[in-house]
Design a protein around this ligand. Structure first.
Ligand SMILES: [Zn+2]
Length: 628
């Protein structure tokens, strides 16, 4: 069927089988064919338009207000354009399609018609058109079989359960609603990040939950990916076209009213960048779910160590760990403990980018960019603080200011990016902090890592148990007869592995636990610091003399309680030293026990169903730009 009739058609001609028949007068417009004005046929074959659409990327179509209408037998194209005489637009389209401008025959499209076609051709509003047609024409049948419907059938990769009706597309609420639903699903699955990844033909959406990525939606046709990217840009109040050119970062606040009426406020950090096959968008969902010391999986003795350090009035307590190791949660737990010890009597000044746990009882200073750090932190020193808590420090100049703050009569609590306690000393050396200062100011170094907890509903005994025992007893802890006895005497080996069930979204893990080591800077440790002793030797002494639990031992303990999978902690076990405490004051527990991290798991879990179809309320009309 030709798109264009050469004879004049009645502008009001109606075709009962035409799904667009009930559109308004704009439905028919004039096209310029050479110098003759001819009318454009009122029926566009949507199937054909959609087949042509992949030849012209959405961004180019949008920016140049052009839609491919028909491919001629000679390989040339009819292109509907709002400004058909604009040669720049025409050559942009030609370049994007990798054809000569001579291969393009522009036709006039009224702007309103263009908008509608753009949505129809690159969009998902299939159900709406189906409803309009209202009959069972063959055209309609075709519509149901086109790829565009596919998204409605896209199943989450896992066995995440939700009412299928809820994710169906085309309820008339548009792509923005779909984008919101994806965010709500992500929050329901406790995801920290949502990744929109376009590929050559099909794209996918990844969630990161408990530190691990998984495909939440797959086989999404490329044009749908592009439209979803637009919807996410729209949600973040970002210019969609700009993201196709350059990196863009935004922060938005959303309020969610869940089905049960609970109100939940979240900060989303939007990051977009042009990728090989379209815009890659990552949305970080800031979680302000706080967990206290007893809920994060620290050993009892470690909690005592940390809490005791908070009675100091001067000095520095450091929380260290790699990215995403829960340092800020631990820092927050320390601040809350300080507030508990000295309620209402101290001034806590916090600076950070961002402030993760808003608190009306504190002076909190959010940084607009990381460059503000020096200036703002120096200013806070003059603001009569008792406790100073910068979110982190990263370079020599910041390290210098942090130690200066600790030296001038303030207890300073902050975080640093290192992997363990031993490494922290050499890192501070590297940052130019003299050992004299480390020796006199450091009060505590806690180092931590988060490890996924096995889903208690589906974990199963690990068939590699005997090898794990061998590894632990002979290789990792050869000097620990207490461990050898505990494991040797175990009737059933306590090791479990991942399986996957409905309750854990088929991933075998649910929530994470903290694997930590905590060094209290006692007078003997302080002396070693002053004498420039290597960090590892300091840790060895702390293990022998003070029974310090290393990260390797903390990992082994959780392993012996059947809480974690061996494969998730092999790298932590490797980092061990062969020292043993001089007097073992604690015993290994090899029976699975109900731990705090587990007992709280279900309570603190957001109820997924509560988020499906929840209402999103946007608070900030003009979001502030965040530092990349
Ligand atoms: Zn499970």
């Amino acid at each position: 069927m030709d798109l264009f009739d050469n004879k004049k058609a009645s502008p009001l001609a109606e075709d009962e089988t035409n799904p667009f028949a009930d559109l308004d007068d704009l439905d028919v417009e004039l096209a310029l064919d050479s110098l003759e004005m001819t009318t454009v046929r009122s029926v566009y074959d949507r199937q054909l338009l959609r087949e042509l659409a992949p030849l012209l990327p959405y961004e180019v179509a949008l920016a140049n207000r052009a839609i491919l209408l028909e491919k001629q037998q000679d390989g040339t194209f009819f292109v509907g354009m709002c400004s058909h005489k604009n040669l720049i637009h025409l050559s942009n389209v030609a370049r994007a399609m990798r054809v000569s401008t001579k291969a393009l025959h522009p036709r006039v499209l009224l702007p309103q018609r263009f908008e509608r076609l753009l949505e129809e051709v690159y969009d998902l509003t299939v159900a709406q058109s189906d409803a309009n047609s209202g009959d069972d024409t063959s055209d309609d049948q075709q519509q149901k079989s086109v790829d565009w419907n596919q998204f409605a059938e896209v199943q989450p990769e896992g066995r995440f359960e939700f009412d299928e009706r809820e994710i169906e597309i085309g309820t008339g609420t548009g792509l923005r609603a779909l984008a919101e639903r994806i965010i709500l699903n992500a929050i329901g699955q406790r995801a920290s990040d949502v990744h929109l990844v376009p590929q050559y033909q099909e794209g996918y959406i990844l969630f990161r939950t408990d530190g691990e990525m998984y495909k939440a939606y797959k086989n999404i046709p490329r044009p749908v990916m592009e439209n979803l990217a637009n919807a996410f840009c729209d949600m973040a109040n970002v210019n969609a076209y700009q993201v196709a050119q350059d990196e863009v970062a935004r922060e938005i606040q959303i309020n969610i009213k869940t089905n049960s009426g609970r109100k939940d406020r979240r900060t989303l950090r939007f990051q977009g960048i042009p990728g090989q096959y379209g815009r890659i968008i990552v949305i970080r969902i800031q979680s302000n779910d706080f967990r206290g010391f007893h809920m994060i999986g620290l050993e009892e003795s470690q909690i005592t160590q940390i809490e005791n350090s908070l009675f100091h009035k001067v000095g520095l307590c450091l929380v260290t760990g790699p990215t995403g190791s829960g340092k800020s949660n631990t820092l927050e737990a320390m601040l809350r403990k300080v507030e508990e010890i000295r309620p209402g009597r101290i001034n806590i000044i916090q600076i950070g980018n961002p402030i993760e746990f808003p608190n009306p009882e504190r002076e909190q200073i959010p940084l607009k960019t990381d460059e503000d750090w020096d200036r703002f932190f120096k200013a806070t020193l003059r603001m009569d603080p008792d406790i100073l808590s910068p979110g982190e420090f990263r370079n020599a100049s910041e390290a210098g200011i942090v130690f200066q703050a600790a030296a001038t009569g303030h207890l300073t609590l902050t975080t640093l990016h290192t992997n363990n306690v031993a490494q922290t000393c050499s890192r501070l050396d590297f940052l130019g902090i003299e050992r004299d200062k480390q020796s006199s100011l450091l009060r505590l170094i806690a180092s931590q890592e988060l490890v996924p907890l096995l889903c208690p509903h589906c974990k199963e005994p690990d068939p590699n148990g005997p090898q794990i025992v061998d590894h632990l007893v002979n290789l990792i802890f050869p000097n620990r007869p207490d461990l050898r006895n505990a494991l040797g005497g175990a009737k059933n080996l306590p090791f479990y592995r991942r399986v996957g069930c409905r309750r854990c979204n088929n991933r075998g893990i649910k929530l994470r636990t903290c694997i930590a080591e905590v060094l209290t800077v006692t007078p003997d440790i302080s002396l070693m610091l002053r004498n420039k002793v290597d960090g590892q030797e300091i840790v060895n002494l702390a293990v022998r003399r003070h029974g310090m639990i290393t990260i390797a031992e903390a990992a082994a303990r959780k392993l012996c309680r059947g809480l974690i999978d061996y494969n998730d902690v092999v790298h932590l076990l490797m980092s061990t030293n062969e020292e043993a405490p001089e007097n073992t004051s604690y015993s290994w527990q090899t029976q699975p026990i109900v731990e705090n991290d587990l007992s709280t798991a279900d309570d603190s879990d957001p109820d997924t169903n509560d988020y499906i179809d929840a209402e999103v309320i946007y608070e900030q009309e003009e979001p502030a730009r965040v530092a990349a």
